[in-house]
Design a protein. Structure first.
Length: 375
C-alpha cells in the first residue's frame, strides 16, 4: 500500500534532519535555504510492541513489519504559490502525498538561519498554509472556468462541479483551509453525492489533506516541553483544529539512530525519554492515513499487514493473495493481546477466545487472522 506522508515546512526547520532519523538515510541537511531540492523518500517500519512480542513468541524465520512512506519535500517560502524558491516543485510534491507532517521550528539558535530572521512558529505555520491555500484557490479557479464552459452543454457532472467550485472559492478566498469546508463543526464529513465527491477528490486540494504538526525543539527543551512557550503556541493551534501534535528534537533523534541498537536504550534514558520521539511521528503519520494493522503469525513468518480502517475480512485476505479473497470462506480471529497473554493458539481456543468470522466481519486493529478459502 503505497501511502505517503510528506514532511513539509519552511527551510531550516529540521525537515531533512528528521527524515534522516526516520529513514536511516542521509538526505543532505545543512544551514542554508533549499538544501533539499528533489524529494527524498524513505520506507519506515511502524513501531508496534505487539509485532515485536509476536516475533519473540514464534521466533519465525521471516518477519515483515508494517511500513509507511515518508517524503522529505523541499522547503517552502512566501510566494511559493507564484513560483518563488522551489515553490512549484514543492507544491507538486505535496499534491502526491496522502497526509502532511508539518515541521515547525520551536527553538532559538543564532547559529541556525531562519528565512524570515525570527522564530515564530505560528507565523511559520501561517506562511506555509497561506501558500497552500493560494495554490488551492488557483486550482479551483481553473476547475471553475472549465465547469462554466462545459455546463453550458448540460453536462450534469460539470453542473455539480460548478456548484462545488462556487462554494469553495469564497471559502478559500477568506484564507480558510479546504478541509474545514469538507468537514463539519462536529468533525463529520460534509454530505456530498457521488458525482460531487468525485469532483472534490479529483481536485487534489493541498489543504484538504490530513495534517499533523511536529514541534522541533533543542535537547535542553525536552524535559520541559509542557511549559515551553513556543511549543505551547503550536499545541494550542493543534488543539483548536483537532489536529495531532508531536514534540521531537530532530537533532537528538538523528544522533540516536546513528548509535548501535544496543546503545540506544542507555542514550534515551540519559535524555529522559521512554522511547524515541520518532515512534510518535511514525504512529501519528500511520494513523492520519486511516491505517490499521492485522497480523498473520506462526513458525515460518510473522507478518504485519496494512489495511484501511473499516476493511472487511475478504478484502483483508486479498492483501495476502487475490485467491484468498475470491474463495473466502471464513476467518479465524484472535486478538493479539489474548494470544500474547495465553502463549499459544491452542490455549486461546481452549479459553474460547477465538472467533470464527464471515464475509461481513470488519477487521480490527491488532487482529491475528487465519483465512479459510477454496478456489
Amino acid at each position: 500500500m503505497a501511502l505517503s506522508v510528506g514532511i513539509v515546512g519552511l527551510p531550516n526547520v529540521g525537515k531533512s534532519t528528521l527524515f534522516n532519523a526516520l529513514s536511516s538515510k542521509q538526505a543532505e541537511a545543512a544551514n542554508y535555504a533549499f538544501c533539499t531540492i528533489e524529494p527524498n523518500v524513505g520506507i519506515v517500519p511502524v513501531p508496534d510492541p505487539r509485532f515485536d512480542s509476536l516475533v519473540d513468541l514464534f521466533e519465525p524465520a521471516k518477519v515483515v513489519a508494517a511500513t509507511v512512506e515518508f517524503v522529505d519535500i523541499a522547503g517552502l517560502v512566501r510566494g511559493a504559490s507564484k513560483g518563488e524558491g522551489r515553490g512549484n516543485a514543492f507544491l507538486s510534491n505535496i499534491r502526491e502525498a496522502d497526509a502532511i507532517a508539518h515541521v515547525v521550528r520551536c527553538f532559538e539558535d543564532d547559529n541556525v538561519l531562519h528565512v524570515d530572521n525570527r522564530v515564530d512558529p505560528l507565523a511559520d505555520i501561517e506562511t506555509i498554509e497561506t501558500e497552500l491555500v493560494l495554490r488551492d484557490l488557483e486550482t479551483v479557479q481553473k476547475r471553475h472556468e472549465k465547469a462554466q464552459k462545459a455546463a453550458k452543454g448540460n453536462n450534469p457532472l460539470e453542473k455539480k462541479a460548478l456548484v462545488l467550485c462556487d462554494a469553495l472559492l469564497p471559502h478559500l478566498d477568506e484564507g480558510k483551509l479546504a478541509r474545514t469546508f469538507f468537514t463539519l463543526a462536529d468533525g463529520s464529513p460534509r454530505e456530498m453525492d457521488d458525482d460531487t465527491a468525485r469532483v472534490a477528490h479529483e481536485l487534489f486540494l493541498l489543504t484538504a489533506k490530513p495534517m499533523f504538526y511536529v514541534a522541533n525543539v533543542k535537547e535542553d527543551q525536552l524535559g520541559a516541553t509542557e511549559d515551553d512557550p513556543l511549543v505551547a503556541k503550536v499545541r494550542a493551534l493543534a488543539e483548536e483544529r483537532g489536529a495531532p501534535m508531536v514534540v521531537v528534537s530532530a537533532a537528538i533523534e538523528s544522533e540516536i539512530m546513528q548509535l548501535p541498537p544496543e546503545d540506544r536504550a542507555e542514550f534515551l534514558e540519559g535524555a529522559g525519554l521512554e522511547e524515541p520521539g520518532l515512534h510518535s511521528v511514525i504512529r501519528t503519520g500511520y494513523g492520519m492515513l486511516d491505517l490499521i494493522t492485522y497480523f498473520t503469525a506462526g513458525d515460518p513468518e510473522v507478518h504485519a499487514w496494512t489495511i484501511r480502517q473499516g476493511t472487511k475480512a475478504p478484502q483483508a485476505a486479498g492483501k495476502i493473495h487475490s485467491d484468498f479473497e475470491k474463495g473466502f470462506i471464513r476467518a479465524e480471529v484472535i486478538k493479539a493481546a489474548d494470544l500474547l497473554e495465553l502463549g499459544s493458539e491452542q490455549a486461546v481456543k481452549a479459553a474460547g477466545k477465538m472467533g470464527l468470522e464471515g464475509k461481513e466481519y470488519v477487521v480490527q486493529d491488532g487482529d491475528v487472522m487465519h483465512f479459510r478459502f477454496n478456489v
